[in-house]
Design a binder for this molecule. Structure first.
Ligand code: NDP
Length: 273
């Protein structure tokens, strides 16, 4: 007998009343994720390393009626992440959604790159992801008060922005591709640890080029980078931050309860040709 609950369909994309923690909130993708949560009625804790930038964001969000706060933390430092989680729980009582949207790259040929520079990228894009995932997952599990085998999606939703570069190499990217590929595999393994037992969905979004301060130059139609991308972008354009929002809300809501451990393509079809 096939059945479909009308109320589920009508509410499956809702994040209203949820508590969302967003890392890299001062960046292009973190900001739109955080704002989208806020527009849809979630309470949002914004984090990054720069307190002044976070305060500006809080002022902007509050002017639009979004319930939010900020806490500055370096995601690669355990003590910072523990303090961030404590502050979030003290302020809003729990964490329902985690969006990890911080990251860094400094492209360099492996022959010229120092081991320290490589390690810095690995820490910014992989170790820090592990630390935030680990401690937020512990918080989400603690919120279950000992319950196990809870329905999928009811223990929490975790979305990590990795990259299409997690799947393809590129000159100068031995740090970035390695760390993003590692993050995708971390998410796959974490899903095996957490999803069935604790109802926590954890997924990655793998974007190609989205407009940000750092990528703005790639949007020049005269540039060789833009023209090369257009040879491999079936959708015929590069991405705007708003293109990212639908995926974030989908993976943060009950609409995606059966999806976990996935590295979701968000590339305009970059990998299909
Ligand atoms: P932005 O450069 O706009 O923002 C980066 C964010 O990460 C900022 O909030 C910054 O805040 C934080 N950050 C920077 N360096 C570090 C570091 N060393 N350690 C921890 N945090 C750091 O990035 P986007 O919003 O464009 O990208 C977000 C994520 O998406 C990143 O992981 C990026 O790799 C990935 N991505 C982006 C693409 C794009 O085209 N935009 C394409 C593919 C993947 P603060 O310095 O205050 O801590």
């Amino acid at each position: 007998m096939v059945s479909l609950d009308k109320n589920f369909v009508e509410t499956m994309y809702s994040v209203e009343g949820k508590v969302a923690l967003v890392t890299g909130a001062t960046g292009a993708l973190g900001k739109v994720a955080a704002k989208a949560y806020g527009y849809l009625g979630a309470k949002v804790m914004l984090t990054g390393r720069n307190s002044a930038k976070l305060q500006e964001l809080v002022d902007e969000f509050k002017a639009e009626g979004i319930e939010c706060d900020h806490f500055a933390a370096d995601p690669a430092k355990v003590e910072d992440v523990e303090a961030l989680i404590k502050a979030t729980v003290e302020k809003y009582g729990r964490i329902d959604i985690l969006a990890i949207a911080h990251g860094f790259n400094k492209p360099q040929n492996i022959l010229e790159q120092s081991v320290e520079d490589w390690q810095y990228i690995m820490d910014a894009d992989c170790k820090s992801v592990y630390i935030v995932l680990k401690y937020v997952a512990q918080q989400m599990v603690a919120q279950l008060d000992g319950a196990e085998n809870v329905p999928s999606g009811s223990g929490g939703k975790i979305v990590v922005v990795t990259s299409q570069r997690s799947k393809r190499g590129m000159a100068g990217y031995t740090g970035y591709c390695t760390s993003k590929g590692g993050a995708d595999m971390m998410i796959a393994s974490m899903a095996c640890d957490l999803s069935a037992k604790y109802g926590i969905n954890v997924n990655a979004i793998c974007p190609t080029v989205f407009r940000s301060e750092l990528t703005e130059w790639m949007f020049d139609p005269e540039s060789a980078v833009y023209q090369n991308f257009m040879k491999r972008e079936p959708i015929g354009r590069l991405a705007e931050p708003s293109d990212f929002v639908g995926y974030v809300i989908f993976l943060s809501s009950h609409a995606s309860d059966f999806i976990t451990g996935a590295a979701c393509d968000c590339s305009g079809g970059y990998l299909v040709c």
